[in-house]
Ligand binder design. Sequence first.
Ligand code: SF4
Length: 185
Amino acid sequence: MMTELRKRCLSCTACPLSRTRTSVVFGVGPERCDVVFIGEGPGQQEDLMGEPFVGAAGKLLDEMLSIIDLGRHNCYIANIVKCRPPNNRDPLPEEQDACIGYLEQQLSILKPKIIVCLGRIAAQRMIRPDFRITRDHGSWTERNGVYYTAMYHPSALLRDHSKRPDAFSDLLSLREKLQVLQIHP
Ligand code: SF4
């Protein structure tokens, strides 16, 4: 199922981002998993390599995951839009609208128990439109048996080290939620 969806996505031209991309960055991870991380869209390295969260931000994400004994092999990583917005600008609402169906279908296949939004754009799209990452990071929302939270995007943590203690406490909160839900990735 995921293979079919991926194939369709890789040839998508539903929004103007298709004209400037190098690769469609579909997402990566096992076909069934309990924890999904969602960013906003591919950056330059991701666009070149066709994989989400590579480069410096990806390395930091890997380090963050290792703090709570998670790894890429036991969670899924995807983005709100699958093609890189030029100059790493925020994806426009109409681009998000065009692309979000792919993510929704990915989630219906994956059936995660926890969704972790990385940064404001993903949190506003997946949790609620007025989500403020500086105020609301680390909070939890339950919807239809799925637990949603958000933490700072690794790129923000690379730019601003003062946010790292907050990111660390959000990771501990995620670890606690994994324990409470008896998820052993
Ligand atoms: S961003 Fe999404 S909707 Fe737009 S072309 Fe890429 S895959 Fe299609």
